[in-house]
Design a protein around this ligand. Structure first.
Ligand code: ZN
Ligand code: ZN
Length: 258
């Protein structure tokens, strides 16, 4: 497994990506071809992996077939200037994360991103229509539980880095600053176990119009010496390095030198 050292990885790495194995638009092969052409030194594939404890939802593929495809692509595309890392974006659930991670140990994964997309059966980032009719009280309940799950994910040693830390802000329908103290708790837990974080540029293209996490959270991450990985959450090859220069500027402005 990769370990990420402070301050983090440069912009020739792109580790948060999706292909047709989950909800991405291109095959893994196409992603490799394009990533290499764009000058990435390291491309990581991190398709969604979830086994939902309360819903019949689960990933359509098995880890075995996914890894087999990635190993084949590694064979085909790797050279001295380009390497392919095999990862997953795994959904954290209190009920089964330990068990699922244990099961994944048999495969040669290089890294695993820990993310939270659900609170119970409520989908945090699928569509704003799930949020619009909620009372303020219900929104608060959902956000509080989201952050409780993030704290537990932060404590999980096997997650190489945490995905889109402050995701509930995505649709611009909640006041993210109200959850700042929750974010600080997550950062403290992460710092204590020397875990890492991503600066996910996809947020800039959503109604919230800022990176995940926000600048003020990144400032606090810097104070705690938490390594940061710039990532695009790319669902198509053209997005592999989307807004990476801006991300590096933002990180430099809070103190990171990448
Ligand atoms: Zn995600
Ligand atoms: Zn993702």
């Amino acid at each position: 497994m990769m370990t990420l050292n402070y301050p983090g990885l440069g912009i020739d790495y792109s580790l948060h990506t999706h292909t047709t194995w989950s909800d991405g638009l291109s095959s893994l092969e196409e992603l490799c071809r394009q990533g290499k052409k764009m000058g990435l030194k390291v491309l990581g594939v991190s398709d969604h992996y979830y086994i939902h404890p309360n819903m019949p939802k689960r990933t359509r593929y098995t880890a075995e077939e996914y890894v087999a495809d990635a190993l084949k692509m590694r064979e085909r595309y790797e050279d001295e200037n380009f390497s392919l890392k095999i990862g997953l974006e795994m959904d954290f659930f209190f009920e089964n994360t330990e068990e699922v991670l244990k099961d994944l140990e048999q495969y040669p994964f290089d890294y695993i991103i820990g993310s939270v997309h659900y609170v119970g059966t409520f989908p945090i980032d699928h569509d704003p229509s799930y949020w619009v009719d909620l009372t303020e009280e219900r929104k608060e309940e959902i956000c509080a539980e989201y952050w409780r799950k993030m704290e537990a994910a932060a404590a999980c040693e096997k997650f190489t880095f945490l995905g889109h830390l402050d995701l509930p802000k995505k649709f611009g329908l909640i006041d993210n600053s109200r959850y700042f103290s929750h974010a600080l708790r997550v950062l403290d837990i992460l710092a204590q176990r020397q875990g890492a974080l991503e600066l996910n540029t996809a947020g800039w293209f959503k109604p919230c119009a800022e990176s995940y996490p926000s600048c003020s959270i990144l400032e606090e991450a810097y104070k705690r010496h938490i390594p940061v990985v710039i990532s695009a959450d790319a669902h198509q090859p053209e997005h592999l390095m989307r807004h990476f220069t801006e991300a590096r500027e933002l990180l430099n402005s809070v103190g990171y030198k990448l």
